[in-house]
Design a protein around this ligand. Sequence first.
Ligand SMILES: [Zn+2]
Length: 421
Amino acid sequence: MSHGIRPFISELPVVDVHEHHLPEVFLNRDVGLLDLFQQSYAGWAKDRPYPLPSESREEDPMLSDTGEATWEQIAQYVERSASNHFVRNLVRGIDELYGLDGVGINRDNWREIDRQVRERHADPDYPHRVMKQAGVRQVITDCYTDPLLDCKRELAPNYHSVLRINAYGVGNHPARRCHNGNSPFEFARKLDSPCDTFDDFCQLMETSVRTLEDRNQVAIKNALAYDRDIHFDEPDEKLAREAWRNENATDEQLKAFGDFVVDRFCTIAGELDIPMQMHLGTAIIRGSHPLNVAGLIERHPNTRFLLMHLAYPWSTDLLAMAFVYRNIWIDLTWSFLLSPTHFKRALHEAIEILPDETRMMLGGDNWHAEESYATFQLARQLIAEVLQEKLDDGYFSLRDAERLAQRICFRNAEEFFGIGN
Ligand SMILES: [Zn+2]
């Protein structure tokens, strides 16, 4: 009897279009079990790492020191938040990688697991071996602690990175930083580009994109949904200029400044044929609906947008947009981690409505290799389940399903980013 499409998908290589592998976290040699939880989406079940407009925060809870771990801290995840899928996913991955035989993490075994995590991470090659075990061939990482970092040099030869533009979008003044703590005035110093006048700033944006290749960067990333609403209106340059170096800029001027920046980056990306990744859904949830970016996408028909996370929870709206606007590609990243149930339904719809097979790609969206491993095991399983259901329904043939699986796992990403072997 045939085992269906699952074995085929288990063996496929992956080109991973989105991670947050930061050298200081991913290659840290002092990592324990509690770090794996805090520096993962399981950590988000406890503490959101971005403040809402009504909140403020001192430091990023994901990157703060965990100190000496206790069972009570571990239990916050594996007992109190045990029903949450981020936690389930990570526990499953740790179980598999550390040979727990399905027992999971409990009061009796956590110290021994913690010891093994520390022992393995002392070897700087360990995270790379785990990624290999996950079948990941190439990685595109969003190193938000240093958006100009050359990750091929700092992480491994199979890495590329993206230029995250949040700092430009909120940095009208040296005192203003994005939620990751970055400022374009610092980028200007690094790139040896002046940043005194508004025109200097426009030139800085252009220089930042024109030098992407020097840093092995392959795309621009707009994650402003974590800093503001994503209603990127038509640029009003006059209003944007009024915000420049103006400490008392009004909300209207600040919004116009961000709108202008995003529009300008989209124009440059279109001219240079550089992909533009964009976070949609959740985040500052009152303003992150995907239809908010429809105007931006319409204004830039020559820019290739890779829209992320199936815009959870508004996946159907996003898919309708991807049918209407043919400059949209879909990054499935994170959606299967948030909710496997939602993802399976949305993937069925995506297969049916997307205009062709070149549109979907995959990523891990994680900090440590253990979570990436777990995430790709999960993605393979869920994609196989959905394609098998489509096969069983007679929607398409095994050959069609296999071709689509290859496209989702690696071929589309290679073509889209131009990083094929
Ligand atoms: Zn991400």
